[in-house]
Design a protein around this ligand. Structure first.
Ligand code: ADP
Ligand code: ADP
Ligand code: ZN
Length: 224
């Protein structure tokens, strides 16, 4: 990607598609900052902020946090200097209203979205991924008990922190999150497709192959 202007990538895909895993790997490789709205909500919850407590009631059910607070939170995050070279959005936007708010934010600073890779994965695979997902309490790194296990059970490779299972990664909540995705977020695929930004990646492949496919798509977009 050209480094003369900040680069903005939007990763779209159902819960469990691998957005966070790939964004974390690519942020170093591409020199961009991963901005995950889910991580921001969880950080707020950990710090017992008003926003965190509000978000919790929605997250527990697998429903979306209202657009207004979500948009404000992401807008604040984008002001921080670590976003200056560009961002990989992971889990944001999730509604058409969030998507147009993001366009407006970027337009206001003279930039735009460069690419919106869509990770496609079948529902049964998503269920297996989400129920086996483990997250580091300290640094947020993501693992899977079978597909991406840490070296020592329950311990983060990166920081030694304790791994936990997200309470919304239960079978019942995952069903609702998939429903919410297809109803409220999947329309964004059409939105970005119409803008010539959507590119489809087979997210059912191994972590390494998905990463290669993403890098290929990003490089192709940068050279055209
Ligand atoms: P998302 O951010 O889209 O919800 P994650 O990146 O958290 O998804 O991945 C969900 C779970 O699936 C995690 O446990 C992760 O380790 C695992 N995972 C991610 N990508 C793959 C893949 N390509 N194959 C198998 N498991 C994967
Ligand atoms: P996933 O791994 O399923 O993609 P996230 O960590 O992105 O999960 O999101 C967890 C929860 O946080 C969502 O179910 C939702 O309640 C809330 N959330 C995250 N991002 C958004 C957003 N952009 N808009 C509204 N709610 C959000
Ligand atoms: Zn860690």
């Amino acid at each position: 990607m050209s480094s003369t202007h900040p680069v903005y990538l939007v990763f779209i895909g159902p819960p469990g598609a691998g957005k966070g895993t790939q964004a974390a790997m690519l942020e170093k490789e591409l020199g961009l900052k991963q901005v995950s709205s889910g991580d921001l909500f969880r950080e707020n919850l950990k710090n017992q902020t008003e926003l965190g407590l509000l978000a919790k009631s929605y997250m527990d059910q697998g429903n979306l946090v209202p657009d207004e607070v979500t948009i404000r939170m992401v807008q604040d995050r984008l002001q921080r200097p670590d976003c200056a070279r560009g961002v990989i959005f992971d889990g944001f936007p999730r509604t058409l209203q969030q998507a147009s708010a993001l366009d407006a934010m970027l337009t206001a600073q003279g930039s735009k979205i460069d690419l919106a890779p869509v990770l496609t994965v079948a529902d049964d695979a998503l269920m297996a991924r989400l129920t086996g997902r483990r997250v580091c309490r300290q640094c947020g790194a993501t693992y899977h008990v079978l597909f991406n296990p840490p070296q020592a059970d329950g311990v983060c490779d990166a920081c030694g922190g304790e791994l936990y299972q997200r309470s919304d990664d239960s079978v019942e909540t995952v069903h609702n999150r998939l429903f919410v995705y297809y109803k409220q977020t999947a329309p964004l695929i059409g939105y970005y497709y119409a803008h010539g930004l959507a590119v489809f990646i087979d997210g059912g492949q191994s972590i390494e192959l998905v990463k290669e496919a993403l890098l290929g798509a990003i490089q192709t977009a940068a050279s055209t």
